[in-house]
Design a protein around this ligand. Structure first.
Ligand SMILES: *[C@@H]1O[C@H](CO)[C@@H](O)[C@H](O)[C@H]1NC(C)=O
Ligand SMILES: *[C@@H]1O[C@H](CO)[C@@H](O)[C@H](O)[C@H]1NC(C)=O
Length: 397
């Protein structure tokens, strides 16, 4: 039995090794070229193979992108002076109508590029491309610029329509295909350069905002609406509500600021709706904080209008917050479980709110009945639901 297990694990391990090896170091090129170094890039099923020649500082390179259809372009680029797409010095492979692929160079000037052919800032010799079993391989010899051997690089795949390369998708694989490559050490940093820290900052922004605007604020509103129906919760509900919303606002502003910074840093990528909702949320949230300071005395005749204003702005903030968390999740495109987790939290809060809503009405109606029997209708601050309910503030505030 033990021997059998050993055999099975040996087979498994050797399969694993060969499948890795076939992916990278032992891949057989059609011209039998041997490359000393190979790295599998972290996204988009791509591999980079090369030989570096220190004497003339050239790199014989093969970029292999697997699973490419005959209506897709692929590209790999060094970004010598910057990072990411703008400034990329790209080797592009685009399909011909007869099934072959043609290679050319394209210097990417802006996000609106259609990858038109142009010269690069450094020389590339012997550029060509081929299609083999669904892989596209681009070959070329780079004459490394600037006395360096370490660079930011990017790689990409996109559709070809009417013979011209079209814009690639904006999924997470497409946005994370950036990194660093060192032709001497053979190291390719996954998401190095801007990529890693950008992803980290996006995640931070997402967590801060999902927790503050997306969870704490709805909870704070529920505290206000449902705790105050209990006489014993006066005036505690008011202070819990304030602490909850002020905390949410504080964390939310930090999240909002990281969002603005992300927006200004990612030139050319615009998430207009997400951004505008974010700005509206910050404005309304700030108004709520100031409204707290400006609220009329409990027995003031305008207090009812203040309550209506405060509650309607509050509900608007919560609806927009939840919508914007979903917008953000679509942009960040993390693993599905995060979206499911957030949906779970929202459904849970919704169910709790529905139960408490029913319970609140039950208590309020029962109280009314008792008061009616005692001839006390209309004199109690707890005697109504809805907006008037907020008179409960009075004792506290
Ligand atoms: C660079 O040098 C290597 C050997 O060191 C040689 O094989 C290669 O052809 C040279 N490349 C160019 C472009 O001169
Ligand atoms: C395929 O088309 C390209 C460009 O149209 C041409 O350069 C190439 O020679 C063709 N190849 C074959 C095998 O027909």
């Amino acid at each position: 039995m033990g021997k059998l297990l050993n055999l099975v694990s040996l087979i498994l391990i050797s399969n694993l090794i060969t499948s890795f090896a076939q992916d990278c170091t032992s891949y057989t090129f059609t011209n039998n070229a041997i490359y000393a170094t190979c790295v599998s890039l972290p996204v988009q099923n791509s591999h980079l193979h090369w030989n570096y020649h220190p004497t003339n500082r050239t790199v014989d390179l093969a970029y292999r992108h697997t699973g490419v259809s005959t209506s897709q372009w692929v590209a790999w680029a060094l970004n010598v002076d910057g990072a990411g797409m703008v400034g990329a010095q790209a080797l592009v492979a685009s399909p011909n109508s007869n099934g072959t692929v043609q290679a050319y160079t394209s210097s990417v000037a802006d996000y609106g590029t259609s990858l038109q052919q142009s010269a690069l800032s450094f020389d590339v010799l012997g550029l060509r491309a081929e299609r083999v079993n669904g892989d596209v391989v681009v070959y070329g010899t780079l004459v490394l610029p600037g006395g360096r051997t370490s660079f930011n690089h990017v790689w990409q795949m996109g559709p070809v329509s009417n013979g011209a390369p079209g814009a690639h998708n904006m999924g997470s694989e497409n946005r994370n295909s950036v990194g660093t490559v060192d032709f001497v050490t053979g190291q390719a940093g996954a998401g190095g350069g801007v990529g890693g820290s950008l992803l980290h900052r996006r995640n931070t922004h997402g967590v801060l905002n999902a927790v503050s605007w997306g969870v704490l604020m709805p909870m704070g509103a529920m505290i206000a609406r449902y705790l105050k129906v209990f006489k014993v919760a006066h005036p505690a509900w008011f202070y819990i509500h304030v602490v909850c919303q002020v905390t949410a606002y504080g964390v939310g502003v930090a999240g909002w600021a990281t969002g603005l910074k992300l927006g200004s840093d990612s030139v050319g990528i615009k998430y207009t709706t997400h951004r505008n909702i974010g700005i509206a949320l910050f404005t309304l949230g700030t108004l709520q904080v100031f409204a707290l300071l400006l609220r009329p005395k409990p027995d003031h005749k305008y207090r009812i209008y203040w309550n209506m204003y405060h509650i309607s702005v509050g509900y608007t903030v919560i609806s927009l917050s939840i919508a914007n968390v979903y917008k953000g999740l679509d942009i960040l495109d993390p693993e599905k479980k995060w979206k499911h987790a957030y949906t779970g939290v929202i459904i849970t809060l919704g169910v709790i709110a529905a139960i408490l809503e029913a319970f609140t009405w039950f208590i309020v109606l029962k109280r009314k009945k008792v008061e009616k029997e005692q001839g006390l209708v209309g004199t109690s601050a707890y005697g109504s639901n809805g907006y008037g309910h907020h008179n409960g503030h009075s004792q506290a505030a």
